[in-house]
Design a protein around this ligand. Structure first.
Ligand code: G3P
Ligand code: CA
Length: 292
């Protein structure tokens, strides 16, 4: 938290207080017909992925949307972490050497909260914790950012769709303003998105992948966006996606990941994508600004 405050102060001085103080206004300006830039796992080139520091770093850079990954602990808490094991992004192997393979779902929240989720990235981030989804939403309430929430391997966590919607609802993230401008639920799992759409049809959803054009209509029944890996995207595919009406009867959108260099972003913008998911949102913001 101290690190977040320090980063915030420095960047604020560099960028000017106004841009930082008005995230909601900045969001609407950027989204008015422009490419949306999503900070992948926060601003994960600059801070440990999926931590609150990473979200704050993205906010400090003026990034309006962040992407995360949601899973569940053994005792039923929703936490934000990408891998299904704790090994790569925490010190779990040192702390619990006998518990390989260190699956997220085999640890309690209290145990997970003991872990250092920052030192692997750099010494400045020592002591950073894996956030709960609730803690993550609380920070977004402060920054005003939108959330591209990924249900990560939902087949490991039966019922996680309903549970996630419950947490979002209790945090007031299913009200009209959030539904219209600040929330998209995505997954590689079509069944999880179908379930999400069935439970709360008003929530925007995105399918991670690139279904063949011939199958887009089936996906359009429960999803609004196709979020495709960058190398699978062509201008023809973008056109085909835009030609479909999604689950909310609007033209389907297409976002692409994980794009961390300006020439690739520029090429994708020229193909017509609606959004870019990136570890380097500042770089991609500036590259796409020149082309919109
Ligand atoms: O948002 C797109 C991206 O997050 C999907 O891949 O593995 O980074 O979760 P992954
Ligand atoms: Ca993800």
């Amino acid at each position: 938290m101290q690190h977040r405050t320090a980063v915030s102060t420095v960047v604020s001085a560099l960028c000017g207080a106004l841009a930082l103080a008005l995230p909601a206004q900045a969001a609407s300006a950027r989204q008015a017909g422009h490419i949306i830039v999503f900070g992948h796992r926060g601003a994960s080139a600059y801070a440990p992925e999926n931590t609150l520091d990473s979200v704050q770093r993205a906010a400090d850079l003026g990034v309006d949307w962040v992407e995360n990954d949601v899973q569940r602990t053994r005792d039923g808490a929703l936490v934000v972490i990408h891998d299904t094991t704790l090994a790569r992004t925490t010190n779990v192997e040192q702390r619990y050497p006998d518990r390989a393979p260190w699956s997220v779902g085999s640890f309690s929240l209290a145990e997970i909260k003991q872990l250092d989720a920052g030192s692997w990235f750099g010494p400045d981030f020592r002591g950073e914790r894996i956030p709960t989804l609730q803690e993550y939403l609380d920070l977004l309430d402060d920054t005003g950012q939108g959330l591209l929430l990924e249900l990560k391997q939902p087949e490991l966590y039966p019922g996680i769709e309903r549970q996630t919607l419950d947490v979002l609802g209790r945090a007031d993230w299913l009200d009209r303003p959030h539904l219209a401008r600040r929330l998209i639920v995505q997954s590689f799992s079509a069944p999880a998105l179908r379930t999400t759409h069935r439970l709360r049809p008003e929530v925007r959803t995105g399918f991670l992948g690139n279904p063949p054009v011939s199958q887009l209509k089936q996906y359009a029944a429960f999803t609004d966006e196709i979020n495709a890996e960058q190398h699978s995207v062509t201008a023809a595919y973008v056109k085909a996606v835009h030609g479909m009406k999604g689950a909310h009867s609007k033209a389907m959108r297409i976002n692409t990941w994980t794009v961390d260099n300006a020439p690739a972003a520029t090429k994708l913008v020229r193909m017509g994508v609606d959004g870019i998911i990136t570890d380097r949102p500042d770089l991609i913001e500036s590259a796409t600004r020149r082309h919109t």
